[in-house]
Write a protein that binds this ligand. Structure first.
Ligand SMILES: *[C@@H]1O[C@H](CO)[C@@H](O)[C@H](O)[C@H]1NC(C)=O
Ligand SMILES: *[C@@H]1O[C@H](CO)[C@@H](O)[C@H](O)[C@H]1NC(C)=O
Length: 428
């Protein structure tokens, strides 16, 4: 396995291993080296961490403890909020922060709320950085990471991002990508997130013209948009484990090309949902596996579903137009996926997986928790939001946009990716 990967990397002439990082980027992110061979260093406090993340020096930044941004920018007390129609639960439901930059609240009834300001916008990470947690100690609390406007070559590995005003819509997003290239997100956990664990804007990265390899992730106890895919993007989604999701897993929208194989869905109410403008999806079943095998020239893996509804999607144009450039992937048979994900996925699991690029992660650092929020189809109404946000850990999301045609300037980046039904990728 490793030989296959190293051979592929060597052929491409890319650096095999970045300092301080476990494993090597693969899939569409092959060649991502982050801070490269910069000497790994440990910031002393949040101001130094912010400085190192945002400056123009290639860096390998070790996160060896909790960096707590709560209160670092103060609180907004009795500030403007609104009560969206998704909240039919009164004070136990999720209201929305009415940000000045957003007209999202529209004519919803207004109310006031108090929230932590630091979480509202993530740290603006610059290019050529490796951000790597040490053991299971790496936590960034109260602020997310924001990679936008041409940022490229960033590795985010083995950290936990948590507590972004989880009781409020627009309270903060954990990782934002918009207009980025070559991003490898590995063994990252997110919890207690106010809006989206992962969001892409409309520039190439997660929104338009993206190529994403999405593998080894454990998505459990979510209520919807896990994930939502949209725009002119390619998603190779393999060997992930969904468990006990009370709403939908995939929400596939316009322009998406999704190849879904070798995944396990257990107790997933709605594994697959299409937008009114659906994209193209090929989800491998035992009856169309041979089609996939012959079109891709390799063995495709069948998805397995138990106590779940079905995925019925077999648009072969996904296979015939599959883009090149996804190196070093190896798709496991679904029968091996659950145990692999459960034993390897999550923060603090790098050592168990560094011998194989396919190692999976698992969130072991807390009890399984009920779904948050009254928002979204299939959501559990009136769950108590505080302290009970869903968790989503993942092994790998890698991104390489295709070239964008030149033309008029793009519309401004949305302040936070998503309102209900409109985000390129959100979880609820
Ligand atoms: C990142 O590193 C590459 C390769 O060394 C370099 O060409 C590029 O200018 C760097 N980007 C920034 C923003 O420093
Ligand atoms: C599945 O999720 C439901 C709703 O959140 C919860 O009541 C139940 O205990 C969960 N089951 C397991 C095995 O996690």
């Amino acid at each position: 396995m490793r030989r296959t990967l190293l051979a592929a990397v060597a052929l491409l002439g890319a650096t095999a291993q970045a300092a301080g990082v476990s494993g090597t980027a693969f899939g569409f992110a092959t060649g991502t080296t982050g801070g490269g061979n910069a000497a790994p260093a440990t910031p002393s406090d949040i101001s130094q961490l912010t400085e190192w993340l945002t400056d123009s020096t290639p860096r390998v930044i070790l996160i060896d403890k909790e960096f707590n941004y709560l209160n670092s920018q103060g609180k907004c007390t009795d500030c403007k909020c609104c009560i969206p129609s998704s909240n039919s639960c009164g004070s136990s439901g999720q209201n929305a922060i009415d940000l000045d930059s957003s007209s999202w609240c529209g004519s919803y009834p207004t109310t006031t709320c108090t929230y932590d300001k630091a979480a509202i916008e993530g740290i603006n990470v610059a290019s050529n950085k490796s951000i790597v947690g040490v053991g299971s100690a790496g936590v960034i609390r109260g602020k997310g990471l924001r990679l936008v406007n041409g940022v490229s070559n960033v590795i985010i590995q083995n950290i936990h991002i948590t507590e972004l005003n989880p009781q409020y819509i627009w309270g903060g997003d954990a990782i934002t990508l918009d207009g980025t290239d070559k991003i490898w997100i590995d063994h990252v956990k997110m919890s207690l997130i106010g809006r989206q664990m992962f969001v892409a804007g409309y520039e190439a990265s997660y929104g338009k013209n993206d190529k994403v390899t999405f593998t080894g992730n454990y998505l459990h106890h979510t209520s919807g948009r896990s994930p939502k895919l949209e725009f002119n993007s390619y998603w190779h989604v393999y060997n992930n484990f969904w468990f006990n999701n009370t709403g939908h897993a995939f929400d596939v929208g316009e322009g998406t090309n999704a190849l879904i194989e070798g995944n396990v869905f257990q107790q997933v109410k709605t594994p697959f949902m299409e937008d009114s403008s659906p994209g193209k999806t090929f989800a491998v079943t035992s009856s169309d596996k041979s089609t996939c095998d012959s079109k891709l020239g390799r063995t495709c893996a069948v998805n397995t579903l138990s106590s779940s509804a079905t995925i019925s999607a077999s648009d072969e144009t996904v296979l015939s137009s599959w883009p090149s450039g996804e190196s070093g992937i190896e798709v496991l048979d679904a029968g091996r996926v659950k145990s692999s994900v459960l034993s390897n996925a999550g923060v603090g699991k790098l050592s168990s997986s560094s011998s194989s690029k396919k190692a999976r992660q698992f969130d072991t650092s807390g009890p399984l928790v009920p779904v948050l929020s009254s928002a979204g189809p299939g959501a559990t109404p009136c769950a108590t939001p505080s302290g009970t946000a869903p968790k989503w850990t993942w092994k790998t999301i890698v991104v390489t946009p295709t070239p964008q045609p030149s033309g008029p300037p793009s519309p401004p980046e949305p302040s936070h990716g998503a309102g209900s039904g409109s985000s390129p990728f959100g979880l609820f």
